[in-house]
Write a protein that binds this ligand. Sequence first.
Ligand code: ADP
Ligand code: MG
Length: 729
Amino acid sequence: MSDLDYIFSPQTVAVVGASTTPGKVGHDIFLNILRGGYTGTLYPVNPNAMSILSVRAYPSIAEIPDEVELAIIILPPALALESVGKSVAKGVKGIVIVSAGFKEVGGEGVEIEKEIVSICREAGVRLVGPNCLGVINPLPSVRLNASFSPRMPAPGKISFISQSGALCTSVLDFAADRDFGFSKFISIGNKADVDELDLLQYLHEDIDTEVIMIYLEELRRGPEFIEVVKEITSGRRRTPVLVIKSGRTSAGARAAASHTGALAGSEAVYDSIFEQSGIIRANSINELFDYASAFTYKTTTALGKISRKLPVGNRVAIVTNAGGPGIVATDMTISSGLELAQFQPQTVGQLAQHLPSTANLHNPVDVIGDATHDRYEHALAAVLKDEGVDGALVILTPQSMTDALGTAKAIVRVARGSRKPILCSFMGVVDVSEGVKYLQEHGYPVFRFPEDAAKAFGALYQHSRWLNREELKPFKLDHDTKLAKKIVQEAMGAGKTYVGELGGLDLLKCYGFKVLPTELAKTSREAGDIAERIGFPVVLKIVSEQIVHKSDAGGVLVKLRDRGEVTEGFKKIVDSAREYDSEAVIEGVLVQKMAPKGEEVIFGMNRYPIFGPLLMFGMGGIFVEVFQDVKFSLAPVGREEAVRMIHGIKGFKLLNGFRGRPKADIHTLEKLLVSLSDMAVNHPEIMEMDLNPLLVHPEGEGATVADCRIILKEALVGAADRKLTAQNL
Ligand code: ADP
Ligand code: MG
């Protein structure tokens, strides 16, 4: 038995702080448990009342004559603390604190919450809350509605975890309206002890839960979360996890001085966490429920085994009796990562046999407004048989001839013989309700609008792709970590907040990056000498701690072909840099060999307090922020993650040999991205990195670093100095 069973399925419950006054939380929760038909035994605790709602009350939990498994506490913080002590002494196995006024209000609340947690941890008692709506288990064997929602949802296969109490009530209303049933429903509030990860693990083992939905505001566990949830969504007993996340909190990134920092907002971190752990993100409560209904859709295989209906590919057939909704569905299909299937000639032939001459025999198939159920049946059967079709969207708009119930029955008949998912949108409310009801009763998800059905299909496909992702053999990489550590230590020791470009190149070399011959010139003459030594053409770059993006300051000159151009160029960029920022301290000018031709990509890293290093890949150059065509992933990035990031950007097409351009060395990029992740993991002193551009050459020719920026954790000395200056001000 899991310790959280005492929270969800206790045999006995005490409501500490139960009240005789209607409208008070202590009254309403007690009433809701009572009215919900709880199958266990319920005890109100109130020192000033004989009884609550005709049930004999006890002055203290200690005086309850039986064992108590779950204590639900509805008392102000100081009294709640006292009551936690008493509950633990009484031997309860679980506690839910509903009341607010703890960590979320600051001050004393923080201390009391901490104290409560330590009492519970010491006693091995799990705690939900404080500051939450409570817990609901609608299953007939328990029927516990320990919440301040008067509504007990229907029992079902979906569990819901919410970080917001207020949202729970509206979700319950929404669910009731759409006939949704729940297995477990929980509001986690401040998550002082039990958090979403504990619950995900618990619900993953729960035989009554088939889909988990979460409303999330922030996560407190990073890499561990990904590891655990990956297993939940794609390991043994795979359970889809759907999330809706509010964008309220920031993940606490520091103010950034790099491209990566500027692009890596907290949303990017969360999106990559969800993607890396196989969680599907919904953008609204409506979408959350739509997805949940698609994920509870099941099929019985030939061997009688029941499994979730997932598309193996993304090619969708649309069957509709109206043109407009078909077009809407087509558009949404494409924006949901799906494709409109191309039918084979025999499919088109079959469609022609059963449809009138006005019908559209190609995708989207239009069976015409006067279609009755038989046209739908023939058309659907024909497209599902096509090997180029992975699933179907059936759209029905009510017309005078439409037989919604008959069509629903036809869909169920056709679907029985196929493993391919069919998602339906019966538009309208009254006219189609019988058909909708029939489909739902037979386990088929029905959506109000075609675009909802298309999005849900996209979510199913996303999950299917996640489950079938390729496992790749890890790269064998050989890094010179010893030298790398020395370089970082030297910069830190010198009190620097960054590794200069020259040091940066040395550091990157330790991790297998190809760099260009580069030297610092203090005078134009020196620049000319260096250029002659390393060979033309060369590039000149201004070196100044104050100038972050050198091109902005006119600080970069490329393709300089002879000594004359170099000495002149030296003066030119020093002048423009001075003009750009008269206070900038100019250390000199880098003379760098011109790189061979390549596509400009960006590699980046930004370190977050809880989540650790966030890696970035995208199309690079000076327009990164304009196009924002980038992908993120939390470290450690392995080969599969690297492939996902590189293949995931829009510009991947350009790298993969677009319109006769040579295919870029993608394999090297994948290796280097894993190396950059290793670098981030090995050197916690590095806070941010930007390799922009990294020039990737044609296949087999590797990639060259043309610009790097590496920012360090503030050396202790530097930080202390800065504080002093701030105080002096
Ligand atoms: P910044 O990003 O600070 O403006 P960069 O060093 O990235 O400066 O230089 C600006 C642009 O010049 C790069 O995006 C790239 O297109 C080009 N460039 C810089 N160094 C080289 C090089 N060694 N070889 C070829 N092109 C270069
Ligand atoms: Mg650059």
